[in-house]
Ligand binder design. Structure first.
Ligand SMILES: NC(=O)c1ccc[n+]([C@@H]2O[C@H](COP(=O)([O-])OP(=O)(O)OC[C@H]3O[C@@H](n4cnc5c(N)ncnc54)[C@H](O)[C@@H]3O)[C@@H](O)[C@H]2O)c1
Length: 322
């Protein structure tokens, strides 16, 4: 499955940055959206992204030139005429079943049957949604990128019941060529890997806070200064290997019967939502109050992610040299 030409359908927050990544790594990439003004906005988002990378010393002038050379924009209405050109289509339209369904119907009618379809859904079962009409469902897979895609390296590649190994492998290869870290999940399940684990951790932390056992800041620090520090070079599985399995497995035996097992929801989270304290964009969340300038917050956050990647790259080089 040779992949050279890529179509990204939906050039919004995620789609524009995803298209930038493919174009930067030499793939002939086309972004499609409903209106020309959305395409124009996507190109201006990409300009801002590139300026941020240059500022951090992570891209030079040739990066921007390569993106511009390889990236073009079209309207969704052009897809039926152009569909046969593409080897991979990445679907990044809004998280709405009717919109996703219509999009796949159009793609199924417009593209070659060997063209791979990769959905950036956050959690929708696109496999069931398209099962009755999709030609060749073996080529449908989820690729779940994290925001912002041009910075975050992890991409969850989720196989549906009919997704072929060849499809998952071809997508993995493209992502690796873009210096990403695909993690393949062989079975569609809510939350995939990352959000599933975030749910486990935060359900327990919210529970401990709700019980009055710990303050939000102390809970935050306990995780940030242990796992937060270590996970950049030694993930949870390697950590247990390092400690020696007898200890954590014995600890788990005592902890498991006492864990929160609420399957209905996270009541403390509901309380904060009802009070309008939903986080950074609302100016206040569970942990603290946040400044009004959200853009500045996002910029600082992106800079910190990039700084951590620089360190992680050094660790990876060290490991590779051993
Ligand atoms: N924003 C995130 O942090 C994030 C993270 C991971 C996954 N996702 C997923 O990525 C997908 C896109 O999210 P986003 O945040 O980029 O959304 P967005 O609203 O910023 O972008 C969606 C784009 O799709 C376009 N579009 C193309 N065809 C369309 C059609 N037929 N009908 C309506 N709109 C159409 C819209 O005009 C818009 O530009 C969703 O499935 C979302 O769940 C988002």
């Amino acid at each position: 499955m040779a992949i050279n030409n890529i179509l990204v359908v939906g050039a919004g927050v995620m789609g524009s940055s995803i298209a930038q990544v493919f174009a930067a790594y030499g793939y002939k990439t086309v972004m499609a959206d409903l209106k020309q003004e959305f395409i124009d906005k996507a190109f201006s988002n990409i300009d801002k992204n590139i300026a941020g990378l240059v500022e951090e010393g992570l891209a030079d002038d040739s990066y921007g030139k390569t993106v511009k050379e390889n990236l073009t924009g079209i309207l969704n209405s052009d897809i039926p005429a152009r569909g046969k050109e593409f080897d991979l289509v990445v679907e990044v339209v809004p998280e709405n079943p009717a919109i996703k369904k219509d999009t796949y119907q159009m793609l199924s009618d417009s593209c070659r049957e060997d063209c791979i379809f990769a959905s950036n859904t956050s959690g929708m079962d696109v496999f069931s949604l398209t099962d009755e009409f999709l030609k060749n469902p073996e080529r449908l897979v989820i690729t779940h990128w994290f925001n912002p895609p041009h910075i975050m390296k992890i991409i969850e590649v989720v196989k549906g019941p009919k997704t072929s190994d060849e499809t998952a492998q071809a997508v993995r290869e493209v992502l690796e060529k873009c210096e990403k870290k695909p993690a393949v999940l062989n079975n569609f399940m809510p939350g995939f890997i990352v959000n599933r684990m975030a749910t486990v951790i935060c359900r327990e932390l919210y529970y401990m806070i709700e019980q009055g056992w710990v303050t939000p800041q102390d809970a935050e620090n306990a995780l940030k200064y242990t796992d937060g520090l270590r996970w950049s070079f030694e993930g949870p599985l390697e950590l247990w290997d390092f400690v020696g399995l007898e200890i954590p497995i014995a600890v788990a035996g005592g902890v498991l019967p006492t864990l929160c097992d609420n399957k209905e929801g996270i009541p403390l989270g509901d309380k904060y939502i009802a009070e309008g304290k939903t986080g950074v964009r609302a100016g206040e969340g569970l942990l603290k109050k946040y400044p009004a300038d959200v853009d500045a917050y996002v910029k600082k956050r992106n800079r910190r992610i990039l700084t951590m990647y620089k360190v992680m790259n050094e660790f990876e080089k060290e490991d590779a040299a051993e």
